[in-house]
Design a protein around this ligand. Structure first.
Ligand SMILES: Cc1cc2nc3c(=O)[nH]c(=O)nc-3n(C[C@H](O)[C@H](O)[C@H](O)COP(=O)(O)OP(=O)(O)OC[C@H]3O[C@@H](n4cnc5c(N)ncnc54)[C@H](O)[C@@H]3O)c2cc1C
Ligand code: FES
Length: 345
């Protein structure tokens, strides 16, 4: 069941990023976990758009439900929100989703957070949670931005440092700023494998140490390879992706094909152009299929293959829960001519 939420406050975080603060519904409050996301549904020029945004607020700490949206170049929804949404607007949202969360039963002593740009949103939510519900866990934030001005939640991070001086350490990485090398908490350049390794050198027992990563593929790959080099395993490494990453090599056997869809009791014929997912083709044909993350995580777009063959491209988590004829349409591409899919809603 979806909710409608009223925008109670809007905060300009940086030049290109705003936080929307929603009032909780009067009757049935929305429950969420730090690190989950809220999927918003907007109509722009008559067409429906659905986008997930991680909570930047933390349950039990902030009373508003807060999401923080950074402009993406030519991005439809991110720019619409930054330019058009006003206090008092009412926005439809889906129930919170996502498994990028912290389990307080885990015996972690040190938790490393690795983020770049808007990737800070789920991290700040989890950081506030960890610092408030534990007393012994040390939190290390490694956060990359161009400079101070483009650093989202700069003040909030400073306040957390003052509140938890013994348990919260922050390293800011700036790519467009000359940095005084004597300050150990300001580092010039990107978070790459070598810098991640230097940071990990201080860390303790691998079993008592966890990592949360949110940012572009380059960040994730660098941090993961440093962790693998240092500990030989990626056991306690959790990551959230804002975008599906497709390798062109995976498209060698994919061709533009006609696909038949059954949705809501109606049949549809679609042309799925090579490179576009079946979901993208359907949305471009104004078929309002259900979806949310568009990264192969949430299952909202699940369909059942009736005939033909298809493949999923870009999934970065194993989906053993899917039956052999179940496909996530946000990352599915037809392999044969006669693909016929039934939408399971
Ligand atoms: C689980 C999850 C949580 C997310 N949380 C946040 C969040 O807290 N804050 C936030 O700002 N965004 C977040 N996003 C990204 C967000 O959902 C949108 O994808 C983003 O705002 C772009 O949407 P758009 O409609 O503006 O761009 P579109 O019109 O969909 O895309 C325009 C172009 O931008 C590219 N693009 C799409 N997304 C990105 C991106 N993230 N970075 C760079 N290029 C991109 C596309 O490939 C396309 O070429 C999250 C995504 C996921 C899957
Ligand atoms: S929309 Fe989330 S798995 Fe496809």
């Amino acid at each position: 069941m979806n909710y409608t939420l009223k925008v109670a406050e809007i905060r300009q975080e940086t030049e290109d990023t705003v936080t929307l603060c929603f009032r909780q519904p009067g009757l049935k409050k929305i429950k969420y976990e730090a690190g989950q996301y809220l999927t918003i549904i907007l109509r722009i020029n008559g067409r429906r758009y659905i986008r997930p945004y991680s909570f930047s607020s933390c349950p039990g700490i902030e009373s508003f439900l807060e999401i923080t949206i950074k402009r993406v170049e030519n991005g439809l929804v991110s720019n619409h929100i930054n330019d058009m949404v006003k206090v008092g607007d009412v926005i439809e949202v889906m129930p919170p989703m996502g498994d990028f969360v912290y389990d307080k039963e885990q015996p972690f002593e040190d938790i490393y957070f690795w983020g770049v740009g808007s990737g800070i949103t789920p991290l700040i939510s989890i950081i506030k949670y960890v610092l408030s519900v534990t007393v012994t866990v040390n939190v290390h934030l490694n956060y990359g931005n161009k400079n101070h001005e483009s650093t989202i939640f700069k003040e909030q991070i400073e306040q957390l440092k003052s509140k938890y001086p013994d348990r919260f350490t922050v390293r800011h990485f700036h790519t467009k700023l000359f940095i005084d090398e004597t300050n150990p908490h300001l580092i010039q350049g990107r978070i790459d494998q070598a810098k991640a390794l230097q940071i990990l050198d201080e860390s303790l027992d691998e079993k008592k140490c966890a990592h949360y990563i949110c940012g572009p593929t380059g960040l994730k790959d660098s941090v993961k390879s440093a962790i693998l080099y240092k500990f030989g395993s990626l056991e306690n490494v959790f990551s959230e992706d804002f975008e599906l990453v497709k390798d062109p090599k995976d498209f060698i056997d994919v061709h533009t094909q006609k696909v038949q869809l059954n949705f809501d009791g109606k049949p549809y014929q679609l042309e799925v152009v090579k490179g576009k997912s079946i979901l993208e083709a359907a949305l471009n044909a104004d078929i309002e299929l259900p979806y949310s993350c568009q990264t192969g995580n949430c299952s909202t777009c699940k369909g059942k293959l009736i005939s033909g063959n298809a493949k999923m491209i870009g999934l970065n988590k194993k989906r053993d829960d899917l039956a052999s004829d179940e496909f996530l349409l946000c990352c599915s591409h037809p392999l044969t001519e006669n693909v016929h899919i039934e939408i399971l809603s």
